[in-house]
Ligand binder design. Structure first.
Ligand SMILES: Cc1cc2nc3c(=O)[nH]c(=O)nc-3n(C[C@H](O)[C@H](O)[C@H](O)COP(=O)(O)O)c2cc1C
Length: 315
């Protein structure tokens, strides 16, 4: 998730067992073939077998609208041996959409088909080739056309974020539409949108009929959701989980400090805590104390006071 789930968060979240794979933020393709370092910047995991250190495969996502250019970039990316190549037809951001990228293309199934065909030809068969789409731009009228265009173009599975671009991120997600898409195409369809709890996961699968679900913000807000889903969805012991989370927050903080300028580090922590506090009262308290702090040292001090192991930062 662009600006949210980068390599740092993927690394930390996948310490908790249970994900089949992760997908990078989108890499925007326009006009030229990107150098290898551009792919590695978004997907440093490419240098480690395209997996996080706990072994979760990381697929790399491309976003663009020009079929030959997308194909050339996919071919370049394929040479870096990604665990998969995914196409983004879901991003609703105006800056991206203005340049004909992401969900803005969902009015043009013919173009989706042309992009998928071109990329399919460029990606060797041993690399999974997938796509992610929303239900449409303003409405769902062309959702099935878009899904068929991508499946006929050769994508091997399709994630459906069950909202239109116009819906933004507003609940609800229309899980029933995932089932309609699945009935229209012969490839596996994965449901996505508004799965925040094991109960949401159960209802999403029941309503959509999909076997597989992609977690978005829910996995960031509850790092143990994947484990609870795998384990049958028992009640969460938030105190115990918080104790387990402290070293992960510490690792996140150290990795963020190593990656970004220190003035940007507090913002990254606040962003994660902002989501964690949906589930953890302890995160709410921590968030309250770091919210006004702009200095990384001061934030590190607050973290240490809350039992987050951040010794390396202080050394
Ligand atoms: C900040 C943010 C950035 C996102 N960036 C991407 C992206 O780069 N690629 C992508 O396929 N989806 C992206 N998404 C969409 C999510 O992957 C997911 O489809 C969406 O949030 C719906 O799932 P959720 O309700 O479980 O979060 C992003 C979402 C958010 C909130």
């Amino acid at each position: 998730m662009e600006g949210l789930a980068d390599d740092v968060l993927r690394e930390v979240l996948t310490r908790v067992d249970g994900y089949d794979h992760a997908v990078t933020e989108f890499i925007r393709v326009s006009g030229s073939v990107l150098p290898a370092r551009a792919f590695r910047r978004t997907a440093p995991e490419l240098q480690a077998g395209s997996a996080t250190s706990s072994g979760t495969p990381v697929r790399v996502q491309l976003l663009g609208s020009d079929p030959p250019c997308m194909a050339d970039n996919a071919a370049r990316l394929a040479r870096l041996n990604p665990a998969g190549i995914d196409l983004n037809f879901g991003c609703p951001a105006p800056t991206v959409n203005r340049h004909r990228g992401g969900a803005a293309l969902l009015d043009e199934p013919e173009l989706l088909h042309a992009i998928a065909c071109a990329v399919r030809k460029a990606v060797p068969r041993h690399i999974p080739f997938t796509a992610k789409m929303r239900l449409g731009v303003a409405d769902t009228a062309r959702a099935l056309d878009c899904a068929r265009a991508l499946a006929d173009g050769g994508v091997e599975d399709l994630v459906v974020h069950a909202r239109t671009k116009a819906d933004g991120y507003r609940p609800p997600a229309h899980w029933e539409w995932v089932g309609r898409v699945a009935d229209a195409v012969a490839v596996p369809v994965v449901a996505n949108g508004e799965v925040w709890s094991a109960d949401d996961w159960r209802r999403c699968r029941a309503v959509s009929g999909a076997a597989d679900v992609m977690l978005g913000r829910g996995a960031v807000a509850d790092p143990f959701l994947v484990r609870r889903i795998r384990g049958g969805g028992g009640a969460a012991d938030r105190d115990e989980e918080w104790r387990e989370l402290l070293p992960l927050i510490g690792e996140f903080w150290l990795r963020v400090l190593a990656k970004v300028e220190s003035r940007h580090a507090p913002g990254r922590l606040k962003q994660w805590l902002g989501l964690l506090r949906r589930n953890f009262p302890q995160a709410e308290r921590l968030y309250g104390e770091v919210r006004a702090k702009k200095d990384a040292l001061a934030v590190g001090h607050v973290l240490a006071c809350h039992g987050v192991p951040v010794l390396k930062a202080a050394a």
